[in-house]
Design a protein around this ligand. Sequence first.
Ligand SMILES: O=C(O)c1ccccc1NCC(=O)[C@H](O)[C@H](O)COP(=O)(O)O
Length: 197
Amino acid sequence: MKFNQNREEVEKLPVDFLGFIFYPKSKRFVGENTEPGLFNSAKTKVAVFVDENAFEILGLTKNLGFEFVQLHGKENPKTCLLLKDQGLKVIKAFNLSEKFQFEKLREYETTVDYFLFDTKTELPGGSGKKFNWEILEKYQGTVPFFLSGGIGPEDAEAIKKLQHPRLFGIDLNSGFEDEPGVKNVGKLKEFITRITM
Ligand SMILES: O=C(O)c1ccccc1NCC(=O)[C@H](O)[C@H](O)COP(=O)(O)O
């Protein structure tokens, strides 16, 4: 399977999380094969969904041993809380543009563990497009967030300069792929070196 192609090499990288896309319309969809063991990893595994039924999410994450879910659709605070109350760590993605109203995050503050700020595009994720990071200054909430959306090897220095107190992590995707679902380990290693220097 494509998503497993260079899994062993990716596993060895000093990253904290590995994401797996369970959204059938994505080019990175992991496929229908959800045998236990297929997703074994020493890293923290994140299962990514778009508007999936909460009970499907609970079943799948339990069977496959996922601790984190990342929600990229219109999931409401109630759904997030239902998942959180069942012991999952919840990352709720929001697609940002200049018009984004950060006030709308307030109702999620107690129902999720992290936000993920991605770029607003027509499709739900993996667009390879960046948003204007200056708008992050408007985020004054308490929930830590992942920065996402079109991050590429060239961004290491700019990310190091970001000063936001709630910036928790960064999400690397299409900017580090040879093809959808296949990460370029060389690019990732170089980026990690640059950002940690
Ligand atoms: O990557 C996908 O194909 C995807 C599809 C649908 C929902 C989420 C998806 N990815 C999850 C992510 O967190 C991506 O890393 C994020 O959207 C940024 O991707 P990119 O713009 O390629 O850096």
